[in-house]
Write a protein that binds this ligand. Sequence first.
Ligand code: ADP
Ligand code: MG
Length: 293
Amino acid sequence: ATPMALLVATDRGARLGIFLLGHRALEAAHAVDVVVLDKTGTVTDGRMAVVDATTSVEVSPLDVARWAGAVEARADHPLATALVALARATTGELPPVEGAVTRAGLGARGRVDGEVVTVGSARLLAAEGVAVPADIAACTAAWERDGHTTVLVGRGDAAVGAFALADGVAPGAADAVAALHALGVRTVLLTGDHEAAARRVADVVGVDEVIAGVTPDEKAAVIDRLRDDGCSVAMVGDGVNDAPALARADLGLAVGSGTDVAIGAADMVLLRDRLDVVPAALGLARATRRTIR
Ligand code: ADP
Ligand code: MG
């Protein structure tokens, strides 16, 4: 684009609530025919709340909340925020953690009260060699059938509890998806969460396709696959777990309230956290392209 056209587009974008991070954004956006949407914090509002909990008989539920909150204290994820809030509300001060690590798209780990605590998905616990007792597994399976997101809490080599969490669909999400379809764009919901939770959201907002249970690297591989098929792909995401996919898409759009890592990997930032800006952004790019030709 010419500098003038770019300047005009940047100004129009800002008024729509889009911040353009470079000229690549407009070049790429006019041709987009598939929009891939992250679920948690992008299509949902990211205000996760704990809706149910279970703990094994040998531990105190308050301790499970403390351990989970402590390990999550530095994680930048809606699930972590909810678990930290629960721990603070029920137990006050969080205990100190040694060697805390966050694993994007999986959970977090660290030593609390003399034991390693693992907080995250079934996939994380399996990878870390933490066994899940049958009663806890039955509980999380039932929650997942209800479309809730689940988080397991392991202490040492066994799970001692689990939480069910839920969030709402973001304002304007269904309208945004309908507007994308009206532009002739295919939509895909892409998430590290499990299939039933993804379906619940997909049904509300009306996306064409669901790909669930994927790691951050697998999210990026989905983008690569779509591009190999000849699609021009926009990815919309908010989290550290979305950064590889945002970087690999033809056009990466980060939710403004999202993590710095996501914004750093994106070409555009959605300033108002509203998805209806996505079809507006594609429309803007198409219009700008017409004026410069
Ligand atoms: P999404 O793709 O919907 O944004 P993520 O890839 O961030 O979801 O997470 C996928 C799954 O990994 C979550 O549903 C949860 O089970 C687990 N997980 C990710 N981050 C955390 C965390 N900080 N604490 C606990 N569990 C987590
Ligand atoms: Mg997310």
